[in-house]
Design a protein around this ligand. Sequence first.
Ligand SMILES: [Fe+2]
Length: 353
Amino acid sequence: MKTIPSKETILLVEDDSLVRQSIAFFLENIGYHVLQGNDGREGLELFTRESPDAIILDLQMPGMSGLELLAAIKSDLPATPTIVVSGTGSMDDIIATLKLGAWDYLTKPIEDLAVLEHAVTQALEKSRLIKENKRYQLHLEEEVSKRTAELQRREQELKMTLISIVDVVASMVEKRDPYTAGHEQRVTSLALAIARELDLDEERYEGLGLSAAIHDLGKVAIPSEILAKPGKLTSIEYQLIQTHAQIGYDILTEGTAAFPWPIKTIVHQHHERINGSGYPLGLSGHDLLIESRILSVADVVEAMASHRPYRPALGIEVALQEISKHQGTLYDADVVTACLSLFANKKFTFEYS
Ligand SMILES: [Fe+2]
């Protein structure tokens, strides 16, 4: 007989005191700590209070039977090895106990106690493996969720850094071109309101807001006297100003490959038109990002509604007539509908400081 290195506790539930004491004596002799219960109810109390490593139980007992005890602790049974020792030996009992979650079934009287020892050893070994596996799984899950949280934290930090860079760029662009002061903010607020109307997802909404804030970034390369020129622009000057969409894209391509949003593409496309008549590439329809289609409408409406160095403000009515007139040709039809509805039904207004 071998001895058990660390004492494991076995709950023995048996109403026949002679049988119970002889089994308990045998188990204690081979190194287990044994708790004894006289019937199902006592067994249940001991199980709840002591959390034994294994249970050996009889089926036929006065009061609460072995089957009732099994049913009462059913939810804990997948992790607690339970061996039924019964004198009935009927197939129905065997099936009923196994269905309730018992791990093994032995028939009384147990002629050879080595059989019981073998059943107990096997059950405890299997239980140890299950517990170890569970601990490992738990550890793995904790590790994964710890690392995921760390990644999300770093991603958020990176986003905040990028957002503050965009803020710096936006105020730099505005400082250089004070005649359009507030244009970027007003375009951003209208573009984001349209995006909400169209139910744009959060990630794209965020990227649209940042792109709108710096959409005219390329104007840093245009001479101030052209940007601020009062009166009509010559054809050459107009062409020069048009280069700002490409220049903005080039600056963003060289400097900020890490942006998690397609900011440079949106900036590149903000003067494209859905019939292909825009610039710089003459892209059309769904080759244009939805963010670009929104931004181009917000940009046109704000630009027409507001004062420009070369002309006084045309007013919001004229701006809305312009997008209605070209709805579906120059401007995305859904975007125009959303924009018109904002002004007509949602009392959207531009804020001028
Ligand atoms: Fe522009």
